[in-house]
Design a protein around this ligand. Structure first.
Ligand SMILES: [Zn+2]
Length: 509
């Protein structure tokens, strides 16, 4: 697609999301004056090929890349390099921490860490190996002006090249510390929670918690009646009055913080921008922010060690993103990638890629140099994903984009497939055409490979395809296209796929 057209229509969409209702109606009027019909180009197409971090142009070409989601283009030169080869790009920042060295050297930032009920800073457990002298990596408090100021400075740096979008990593900030690590109790958090209660708590809730005067209420005093240390607090946290409201407040505050960072990014770039976050749905705390995003870029746990047995979690995430109306570009978790690196199970990764696209979402290209791995034994380490192992799948998706873009999930009545098959159906709303995605889930964990299925019989109600159909086309990334006959019996369509390897599309044209 012509990049300038694409970018123009996209930017209109982004603008709707980032501006208020009055400005939005003005924008709509302006658009109506200059365009025959509103643009319909989605923020991310179903066939989008997304890199997580920036890579060199050869890698982009090998994968037919269209988008870089997690930063890597913060200078004008970097943005130009991406645009010159038709790749949209982003700047990225994080709200997790000021970093151990900054915290060690800067007293103001040390004061702006998330703290527990004892007033002690809360360390980030998965960055246990990132320390500076005797200082650990502590959560920054996104309710504290000093840390917020650092976040805003990071946005200015990330967007200095005027990239197409901003990606916010660890968008939860203090909320992450509050939900799971015993944090969220600095003076700024307590003050903001007091204001939140004024608007959101009903009289009954406050009476039950024995709050007599909201003007002077300090939640820490109430919490200390139940727990004086972090260890005690973590045991009884969810029995403490007003806790649901406290967690709701923290997640809501983080969501508003992310929205404000998006506004700042647009101001710095001088144009409306895409806004994504590492919103790890289906986790509830991560859902709050989704409404403020144009799309989701996140880690989705694939449970690699269980082969394909516990893949339901990923499917739930993909379906939820569709339900929330935000396109998602996923990668596996750091633990999953550590497993892949250790076991060299490329075939399993190819299944993850197919699974995401079969559900209308995108699995980000396994990075050729720098795919983040994490394990308790090794901490942070990296996987260099071989291009030849994965690029053919992505090239296939781009080459067949017409069978991905514009197709949405549809439930076919009486869809029957064998247990070792995962089958999704998608329909194009304009043409009515139906595509089946057929995935082999006959995975041999010991051998790290999928055993081919000699015959896979699939059937569904005939009325799903208007006008009937006599044959279908089978498309696979690793086999030539072929036509197969479609049988019809007792009001059902029946099709048999021979020699299913990993993933095939069945197109009823
Ligand atoms: Zn705080």
């Amino acid at each position: 697609m012509n990049r300038s057209e694409n970018s123009r229509s996209n930017r209109f969409v982004y603008a709707i999301i980032l501006v208020g209702p009055i400005a939005m109606s003005l924008l709509l009027c302006a658009a109506a004056a200059t365009q025959a019909r509103p643009p319909t180009e989605p923020v991310l197409r179903h066939s989008e090929v997304v890199f997580m971090y920036a890579a060199d142009n050869d890698a982009y070409r090998a994968y037919n890349a269209t988008f870089v989601a997690w930063g890597g283009a913060k200078t004008p030169a970097e943005v130009k390099r991406h645009h010159d080869i038709g790749v949209r790009c982003t700047g990225s920042m994080w709200c997790l921490t000021a970093g151990a060295e900054n915290i060690h050297k800067n007293a103001a930032l040390r004061e702006a860490c998330a703290v527990d009920i004892e007033g002690k800073p809360v360390e980030v457990p998965w960055l246990f190996d990132h320390t500076y002298r005797d200082t650990k990596t502590y959560f920054g408090c996104t309710n504290h002006p000093e840390f917020r100021s650092l976040c805003r400075q990071r946005v200015r740096e990330a967007m200095a090249g005027k990239a197409d979008g901003l990606h916010v990593d660890d968008h939860l900030g203090t909320a992450g510390a509050a939900w799971w690590q015993g944090g969220g109790f600095c003076d700024w958090c307590v003050k903001a929670f007091r204001e939140y209660l004024k608007e959101h708590a009903d009289k009954g809730q406050l009476e039950k918690a024995s709050v007599s005067d909201l003007e002077t209420f300090d939640y820490r005093e109430l919490v200390r009646k139940y727990a004086k240390t972090r260890a005690e607090y973590k045991k009884v946290q969810h029995e403490i009055p007003l806790m649901d409201l406290f967690l709701d407040f923290q997640a809501t505050a983080a969501t508003e913080h992310t929205r404000q960072l998006g506004l700042l990014a647009a101001e710095v770039a001088g144009h409306p921008v895409l806004l994504s976050a590492n919103a790890c749905i289906p986790n509830r705390a991560h859902e709050y922010v989704v409404k403020n995003l144009t799309h989701i870029v996140c880690e989705v746990r694939q449970n690699a060690a269980a082969g394909v047995e516990r893949i339901d979690h990923a499917i739930e995430a993909y379906r939820l993103a569709a339900k929330l109306g935000r396109p998602l570009a996923a990668t596996a978790s750091g633990q999953d990638w550590a497993f892949v690196k250790q076991q060299n199970c490329e075939e399993l990764v190819r299944f993850w890629i197919a699974l995401a696209y079969a559900h209308g979402q995108r699995f980000m290209v396994p990075h050729p140099n720098r795919q983040w791995c994490f394990s308790n034994e090794l901490g942070t380490h990296w996987y260099a994903a071989p291009v030849e192992a994965y690029a053919p799948m992505y090239r296939f998706i781009r080459a067949r984009s017409r069978w991905f873009d514009g197709f949405e999930a549809v439930e076919l009545k009486q869809l029957n497939a064998p247990d070792n098959i995962l089958c999704t159906a998608r329909r194009n709303a304009d043409s009515g055409q139906v595509v089946l995605h057929v995935l082999n889930r006959n995975y041999d964990k010991g051998g790290e490979r999928f055993d081919r299925l000699p015959q896979a019989k699939i059937s569904f109600e005939e009325s799903a395809i208007a006008g009937g159909v006599k044959q279908a086309t089978i498309m696979s990334y690793d086999a030539p296209e072929r036509e197969v006959p479609v049988g019809s019996k007792n009001g059902e369509i029946e099709i048999t796929l021979a020699d299913l390897k990993l993933w095939s599309l069945v197109v009823f044209d």
